[in-house]
Design a binder for this molecule. Structure first.
Ligand code: GLC
Ligand code: GLC
Length: 814
């Protein structure tokens, strides 16, 4: 069953009923100011950091699930009836409803008793504010008198403090109301030099800023007393819960429309110019007023909206494909690319499953996300790499997370996730291949954000690899530390008290437990280092890495190969995991994917064996599960992985992030049909038709789909912020469709389904537009290239001379 449809021409998903199985959300903002918005106008906004600069309040895990947001109430002043044009929170039955989630904007349109309301929500590029542009139309044959009430609940900035520190917070809230603008200035009197504002383009009939005055005691957002009565109380918040609500009264003739603009924004004043007059406690509004005035004008709003559309046309235009499969086209051209950009902005901090409080930016996550967005925003990818590298430790390790506002490593969680540093190498390699910006490697970058500790970025990469080589265990495989990619495989923790962290409550010295996954990852990234060092004429590093790769491969075959598949790890007792010797957890997906991706066993058939084992034990119609059999109980020595009931999350869930590694691996051994089949199983657009089972948004990937041991097999959770976005993007665009940026040019190396006669790709790469047309001539994967009419040897198209801006490429496969 579906709850809407894709409108690919508009690049929108159109939701046609408000009661989706879960809130289906979208993101507003692309630089510093962001918002989450659901299909019923739920959600919240923040500036840069979802924890430390949260503008509006959102209560997670609420009942109903999605309560609190950017609400508008309409009231028919003739009969006193009121409703929410976004359905929530009043939930009156609407005569029709659509929510269009687009690139950086959401439009909710509905009709109730012939009053039509359409609200466009978006954040203009480069501004720290969001616009709600409401258009009301009277479709009745007679005139109508309406009241419009807006409503947001302000968060007292630090979202953690806001939801815990009530003894203080109930006394700190402060606002100012001047004409049509409500200013939220809690803590502005002391150390903050920022405030929020909520403005309206119309003369007000009234306003409210104290929540209970608006709602009425013991009432919720579904029936505010003020809305019911049709009169605001002009309340001023003194502590308690400051809100912003405007009241506008309008008359609409039959057929008449009216446009009303609301702005919610964030503004900073210089610390010595906070107050006006100086010495007072009144916000200095001189610099914010022109911004407010600008965006309260409809023509400026329209210009800003067009600029936003163009922003996305430009980003998405870097790679567009036309294949025989509509789900592929839609995901590659629109939604998967968009989701990659959202992970660039959010990492894992704020979604409907991530509270914006718990996690900052992950080191592993952000590095690997870069693979999905580097071609869209290379300059910002560069900045991201430098920020990440600056949190690296001197020993080559990395803080597992950092706060986006401070860009400092997070001490609570610390380091010791032994795969972390390797992802930096992968990210830098992807950046170099995309841009050819070799100069980045010479940029001096600090360690642990410490002044004076700078070395060239290149040395950061060297230390990353050295970190693995210096931490080998009894089998000479890399030590796992707190965890590797699988944060829940905690072989050194032995956590036996509720409330302890599975990752950081370490009471083992960690000198025994080893990871085959890190070994495979090492081979993958050290091979990149061989090429990078070669480019820099660093013969020593090149030779050293070549040797290290050979040695690590030998070790994997010796201790990491189980006969039919790759093993997963050795635990703290030296016992193997992910082997036929194990009763539970006999085979894991991660080492099969990463080792074959790194090239292991491709030449001698062992890769094929491993992938056949994946198909046999791990593949389901809903995707490939993480391991088999699931852990049936908690194992102290395995950690969090065995805390989840079988089939969920890391305990044999379909962890979508890992599926593309298998797709990539399948292409390494030339099985395009298999690769594409796996791609299709978890493709959200393809799963749209089973929305009532899948539950999450059909336009973005979720982190997890319940595995075959779960009673709810096929049900997705944790949409949006997942490495799944970048990895699927890489798998489909680079491995399957074969468009692979390389250090010296663009490689075309498709491994596509046999049934595909051909497809087209437009790829912008290093200032050149490649117009690529692929056609099948036979049943194999052999590639021949003709560039501008001339056959060329090999698969890599060398960079053309500077004046060439377009290249036509014909590719035959067979
Ligand atoms: C989450 C984390 C990611 C980790 C994965 C597996 O998605 O963000 O870093 O690799 O879980 O545990
Ligand atoms: C939990 C999740 C895992 C995630 C980790 C991040 O353990 O199960 O997916 O990576 O938290 O801290």
């Amino acid at each position: 069953m579906k709850y809407g449809h894709f409108d690919d021409d508009a690049r929108e998903y159109v939701i046609s009923r408000p009661d989706t199985p879960l809130p289906w959300i979208n993101y507003l903002g692309c630089e510093d100011y962001f918002g989450l918005i659901s299909n019923t106008a739920g959600g919240y906004s923040f500036y840069k950091d979802a924890r430390l600069r949260r503008l509006t309040r959102y209560r997670y895990n609420n009942a109903p699930n999605d309560m609190g947001g950017r609400y508008i109430y309409l009231r028919d002043n003739g009969n006193g009836q009121f409703w929410s044009p976004s359905w929530m929170p009043v939930r009156s039955v609407l005569d029709n409803y659509t929510c269009r989630h687009g690139m950086g904007y959401t439009v909710i349109r509905s009709e109730y008793n012939n009053i039509e309301a359409e609200t466009v929500y978006f954040v203009p590029v480069s501004e720290n504010l969001e616009i709600w542009e409401l258009t009301l139309t009277n479709n009745r044959p007679t005139a109508v008198g309406l009241s419009v009430f807006s409503a947001v609940e302000f968060c007292l900035w630090d979202a953690w403090d806001d939801s815990t520190n009530f003894q203080r917070n109930f006394s700190t809230g402060q606002v100012e109301v001047v004409n049509e603008v409500i200013y939220h200035k809690t803590e502005y009197r002391e150390r903050r030099n920022h405030f929020a504002y909520f403005a309206c383009s119309e003369k007000l009939a009234g306003f409210d800023t104290q929540r209970e005055a608006f709602l009425g005691d013991y009432r919720g957002w579904e029936s505010p007393e003020v809305v019911e009565a049709g009169e605001s109380s002009d309340s001023i918040a003194y502590g308690w819960q400051p809100i912003g609500s405007h009241h506008i009264k309008i008359q609409l003739k039959a057929g008449e429309s009216k446009n009303i603009i609301f702005l919610l924004g964030y503004h900073e004043n210089l610390p010595d110019a906070k107050f006006d007059p100086p010495g007072s406690q009144i916000i200095n509004k001189k610099t914010v007023k022109p911004i407010i005035a600008k965006y309260l004008q409809q023509k400026n709003v329209e210009t800003a909206f067009r600029a936003l559309r163009n922003y996305w046309t430009d980003k998405l235009g870097k790679l567009q494909v036309k294949t025989p499969d509509e789900h592929t086209n839609r995901m590659v051209n629109i939604w998967n690319a968009y989701q990659c950009m959202i992970t660039f902005n959010m990492s894992r901090s704020a979604s409907y499953f991530e509270s914006g409080i718990g996690r900052g930016m992950g080191f592993r996550d952000s590095n690997q996300d870069l693979l999905g967005f580097v071609h869209m925003i290379p300059e910002r990818a560069r900045e991201r790499i430098l920020d990440l590298a600056a949190t690296q430790l001197k020993n080559g390790g990395a803080f597992h997370q950092y706060q986006p506002l401070t860009k400092r490593g997070n001490n609570d969680i610390g380091s010791g996730f032994n795969d972390d540093p390797a992802w930096l190498v992968l990210a830098v390699a992807a950046y170099l291949k995309e841009t050819g910006d070799w100069a980045i490697l010479d940029i001096p970058v600090q360690y642990e954000n410490e002044l004076g500790s700078e070395t060239p970025l290149y040395e950061h990469l060297q230390r990353s690899l050295q970190y693995t080589l210096e931490r080998l265990g009894p089998n000479e495989l890399p030590l796992i530390g707190r965890a590797d990619w699988n944060d829940c495989l905690n072989l050194n923790c032995f956590s036996d008290e509720p409330g302890q962290s599975f990752q950081t409550t370490t009471n083992k010295d960690g000198k025994v437990a080893e990871s085959v996954f890190i070994a495979g990852l090492f081979v993958l990234v050290a091979k990149e280092m061989v090429e990078i060092a070669g480019h820099r004429n660093d013969g020593m590093e090149k030779a050293k890495m070549k040797q290290a790769v050979e040695k690590m491969e030998e070790t994997i075959w010796k201790s990491g190969w189980d006969g039919q598949w790759f093993r997963r790890a050795y635990d703290d007792f030296g016992h193997v995991l992910g082997s036929k010797k194990n009763k539970e957890g006999r085979i894991f997906i991660e080492p099969q994917g990463i080792c074959v991706w790194a090239g292991l066993g491709v030449a001698d058939g062992r890769a094929k064996k491993a992938l056949d084992s994946v198909a046999k034990y791990l593949a389901t119609p809903h995707g490939i599960i993480l391991q088999y059999p699931a852990f049936s109980r908690y194992y102290l020595h395995l950690g969090e992985i065995s805390t989840y009931p079988p089939g969920y999350k890391e305990n044999a869930g379909i962890f979508c992030h890992t599926n593309p590694w298998i797709m990539i691996a399948e292409t390494k051994i030339g099985r395009g049909d298999r690769a594409f089949d796996y791609y299709t199983r978890i493709n959200p657009s393809k799963r749209e038709e089973i929305s009532e089972l899948h539950k999450c948004e059909p336009y973005v990937y979720s982190q997890m789909i319940a595995g075959k041991d779960a009673p709810t097999h096929g049900e997705a959770k944790n949409s949006w912020l997942s490495g799944t976005a970048a990895m699927n993007y890489v798998a489909i665009t680079q491995a399957i469709l074969g468009i692979q940026p390389q250090y010296d040019g663009l490689e075309i190396n498709p491994v596509v389904p046999l049934g595909w006669q051909g497809y087209e790709v437009v790829r912008q790469f290093r200032g050149v537009r490649y117009e690529i047309s692929v056609s099948r001539k036979g049943v194999g994967n052999n590639v021949s290239l003709v560039v501008e009419g001339k056959p060329i040897p090999g698969k890599v198209i060398a960079l053309p001379s500077k004046d060439v801006k377009i290249l036509k490429v014909s590719v035959s496969i067979g």
